[in-house]
Unconditional design. Sequence first.
Length: 579
Amino acid sequence: MATRDGRRSFAPPPGMIAGLRRGAVLALLTVVAFMGGVSATQLWPVHTQTQYFAADVSVSPSLSSTVNLPMVVGDVIMSFDGPLPAPGLDAQVSVREEVTDLLRSGRLSTASLEPSQQELRAAIDSGVQEVAWKFALGALVTSLLVFLTYTVARPHHLGRVVAAATVATLVATLGPGTAAYLTYRTEKVAQFRATSLLSLVQTNRSILTELTSNADHGAVYVTNLLALSDALRQEFTPGTTQAPSAAKFLLVSDIHGMNQYPLMRQIVASEGIDAVIDAGDLLNFGQAREGVLTGIYDGIESLGVPYIFVRGNHDGASRDDEAVLDRLSRIPNVVLLEPTAGDYVEVGVNGVTISGFNDPRYYNERSDDFGAEQVAAAQAFEKATAGLTPTDLVVTHEPYAADRVTATGVTLNGHMHVAALQRGHVQMGSFTGGGLVNQFRLPPLTEEAQQAAQEDPETAGELQGHPYSFDILSMGQDCSIVSLIRYSYRNLVSGRPQYDDIRMINGRTLQPDPPADRTCGPDLGVVTSTMVAAPDLDQASTTAEETTTLTIPPPSRTPTHTPSGGQDDVAVTSGPPRR
C-alpha cells in the first residue's frame, strides 16, 4: 500500500487482527479461569487426613513450585526444581481428636503418632485428586460466568462462548496440572526447610519427649536456688522481712500449655506454699483439650494446694467460650475468681483475701481498641463489688485492667511475660518463659548472644526467650505484705537450667501502710464466698450465716515426682455471699 509521498506501509490483514484479538481474549480468560480454580480451592479447601493428623489443602496463586505447611510451632517448606514452574500448595495441618484417646490409653509416643508411608501416601493421593477436580470445576465455572455475562448482550454468540470457556478451562487446568505432575516428585525436591520450633526438634528430636524429666531435673536446680536465697535472706535482710508469715503464695502466669508442674510441685513443697495464684494464659489456643494432651490438669491437681485462677486471652476461643473454665472447675483444688461472666468469688487463704476477674479477650481476637475492653472489664468488676472493702490481692490478666482497680495490698497481672513492680502493683513474668510456642515470637539474638552460641556448642541450639520466672509472696500475721521474692532462670526445657536472678523486695515498698486491727493465720483456713455489691445502708441484709466445708482430696494420680513434706488435703469453706 502506497502513501501520498510515495512511501509504502504495511497494514495487517483483517484476519490477523481478529486472530490476535481472539488470542488476547483467550489468554485473559485463561488467567481468569486459573484464578477461579485457585479461589475455589481456597474457599473450599480439600480435607485429607491420616489416623491422627488432618490437613486442609489449597492452591496458591504463585507459580513458586513450593509446598508450604504453616503450623503454630513453625513451618515446613519444601521447594521443588521441576521443568516447569508449578502452582504453590498450602496445607493447614492440625491434630485430630483421636490423639486424646491415644494419650488416655497410655500409648502416646513419637512412634505411635507417626503415620506409616502407606497411610501418608493414601492421604496425599486422595488429596491431590480432589484438589485437581475442584480446581478444574472452579476454573470452568469462572470462565462460564464471565462469558455468560457477555452473552446477555449478545445471545447469538452462546455457542462460541461455551467453546471459548471450554478451551480456556482446559488451558488453565492442563498447563498447571502438567507442571505440577512433572514438578512435585520426590526426586525433584530442591530444599526441605523447617522453621521456628520445628527446626529445633529436627536437630534435637528428644527435646519434646524429655520435657517432664527435664522439669524434674530443673526442680532440683531451682530448689537449690530457693535454699540459697533463704539463707542469704536470713543473714542479710532487714528484720521486717523475717517476720512470721501467715500465708505464702506462689505467683505464676502465662504457662502457655507447657507442663512444668513437676517443678511447681517442688516449689510448693519446699517453700511451704499455701496457695498458687495463676494470672491466666494457661493454654495457647483457647481449647480445653490442650490441657488434656499436655497433662496440665493432672499437674494442677497434683499440687495439693488451692490453685486460684483468672482466665487470660489465650484461655478461650471466643468471647463467650467458658470451656476451659468449666474444665478447670472440675479439678478439686481449683478456685475460679470469675467462674462465669459477671459472677465474682472472693477467697480467703489464712485470712488473706483475694478477688479478681477474667480477661474478656480470646485467642486470635482482632480488635481496634483492646484498651476499651479492659476498661469495661475493670468497671464491671468495680460495679459488682461496689461498697465492699477491697481485698488484699486483686488478680487479673492484663496490666491495663489491673491499673484500674483497687486492692488493700497489691493488684496482680501477667500477660506481658516480663516481671515488673511498682507501689501497689505486681506484674508477673512467665513461669515457662512464655511456653514453647511463644519462645520464638521474639527479636533475634543480640550479636553477643549469637557469638556466644557459636563459641559454645553446648548452647548453640538452646531455646531463646524470656526467662522463666515466678514470685513468692509472703503475708504477715497482720495481713500485710512481708516480702516478695522474685526468681528467674533459663534453659529448663533442654535440662540445663541457668541462673538469671533472685531478688527480694521488702513488703513495705509495695504496701507502705499495713492494714489495722486485722489478724491472719493458718487457723483461719481457706474460705470462698460470692461477692455481691453492698446494699444501701437503709436496707436490711437477708444473707444467711451458714457455711459449708469442702475437703480437697489428695491427688487421684501419682505424680511423676513425689515431693516430700507436701500437704495431703486442704479444707475449703464456702461461705454466703459477701455484702
